[in-house]
Design a protein around this ligand. Structure first.
Ligand SMILES: NC(=O)C1=CN([C@@H]2O[C@H](COP(=O)(O)OP(=O)(O)OC[C@H]3O[C@@H](n4cnc5c(N)ncnc54)[C@H](O)[C@@H]3O)[C@@H](O)[C@H]2O)C=CC1
Ligand SMILES: O=C(CO)COP(=O)(O)O
Length: 328
């Protein structure tokens, strides 16, 4: 297949490597033409240290490279997905399968990323599939065994994506629940930030277990209210992704949280991480959705207060721990 990966950050690059390994004709697109030239020349991406990009990988800074692609993988930060989808739309046809690997919720519209892409490519009627799960780019690029979920209402499209990506170190399951898969991936970023804050404040393993367990309860409330499936939340895109992101040294969201827990402002922490911290961008949408669907999300509420309103983390945690008593 001819595959174009949009976004040459850590994740787009790692997935482009998997697709090259699987024998596809792969072009990695960067929104800065200069970055495409740098990648082509150095075969190294500073966001994936120590990894050499395969000789078969092509690079482009021109969105017209999407022309003729059988598959397009959208791997930009969530805030850039709509503009990127709009730019690629003229080159997409009904036969193109578009894969969203971005974990986010659009601010304002509260749309999932596949919905944002579908709205910009509606005239073409292309299929849009979500690929998500516990998968740090640093490990996938080193071919460490990893599992993800390919989710779509269209079973054929989900299987096509499964076939394109799956190999001996990247195992893909299919799912008919894009709502659960995408929301699980987006909301866990808020939880990873919160876990990082607890780590940064010097809290212990008990705290982390408490937070992660209540986090999955909280994620489930909203996802089920929005039409997602309970089984998805027990799977790779639910509890699986929550585990990896709340515990991994690779996690950008957790790293940002650690710095906030150590006293940095949200902006200082995001600048220090130097890659997209999706939990920050999702926090407000999660709060608005919780209100719209009438579900209680106390951890997300606290994270939102700290991230977006600069509230003191000690005060917020005290509030969280001293909420009215209840049954589990
Ligand atoms: N890094 C990882 O291990 C994983 C990341 N993801 C998700 O993938 C997405 C990208 O993450 P990373 O690659 O880690 O982030 P990154 O910070 O390394 O890369 C961000 C990407 O967005 C692109 N971008 C930024 N502004 C843009 C604009 N205005 N127009 C077009 N493109 C623009 C950048 O060029 C870059 O390709 C996020 O939603 C993240 O949650 C999902 C699974 C694993
Ligand atoms: O979603 C991811 C891994 O599954 C990447 O996000 P983090 O880097 O914040 O963990």
């Amino acid at each position: 297949m001819k595959v174009v990966v949009l976004g040459s950050g850590a994740w787009g690059t790692a997935l482009a490597m998997v697709l090259c390994e699987n024998g596809h004709d792969v072009t990695l697109w960067s929104h800065r033409a200069g970055k495409a030239a740098e990648l082509a020349q150095s075969r190294q991406n500073p966001q994936l240290k120590g990894v050499t990009l395969p000789a078969s990988m092509s690079f482009s800074g021109d969105i017209a490279c999407v022309q003729g692609a059988d598959m397009v993988v959208c791997a930009t930060a969530s805030y850039a997905v709509r503009d990127t989808a709009k730019a690629m739309a003229p080159y997409v046809t009904a036969e193109t399968v578009v894969v969203s690997v971005t974990k986010g919720i659009e601010r304002g519209s509260h749309l999932r990323m596949t919905q944002v892409i579908a709205s910009e490519t509606a005239a073409t009627a292309c299929q849009v599939v979500a690929l998500s799960g516990p998968s740090h780019a640093e490990e996938v690029s080193r071919k460490l065994p990893t599992g993800c979920v390919s989710a779509s209402d269209n079973a054929k499209a989900a299987e096509l994506v499964q076939d394109a990506f799956m190999n001996s170190y990247f195992r893909i399951y299919t799912s008919d629940d894009p709502v659960g898969v995408e929301l699980g991936g987006a909301i866990k970023n808020v939880m990873a930030l919160s876990c990082g804050v607890c780590d940064g404040m010097g809290f212990g393993d008990n705290t982390k277990a408490l937070l992660m367990t209540r986090a999955i309860t909280e994620i489930s409330r909203l996802v089920l209210a929005m039409g997602g499936q309970e089984a998805t939340l027990a799977g790779l895109a639910g509890v699986g992704d929550l585990i990896v992101t709340c515990t991994s040294g690779h996690s950008r969201n957790r790293q940002a949280g650690i710095l906030i827990g150590q006293g940095k402002s949200t902006q200082e922490a995001m600048d220090a991480v130097g890659a997209v911290v999706e939990g920050y961008y999702a926090a407000q949408s999660v709060m608005e959705l919780a209100e719209e669907f009438g579900v209680e999300m106390p951890i997300s509420q606290c994270a939102y207060q700290v991230l977006c309103h600069g509230r003191d983390v000690h005060d917020v945690i005290d509030e969280l721990m001293t909420r009215s008593k209840k049954g589990e």
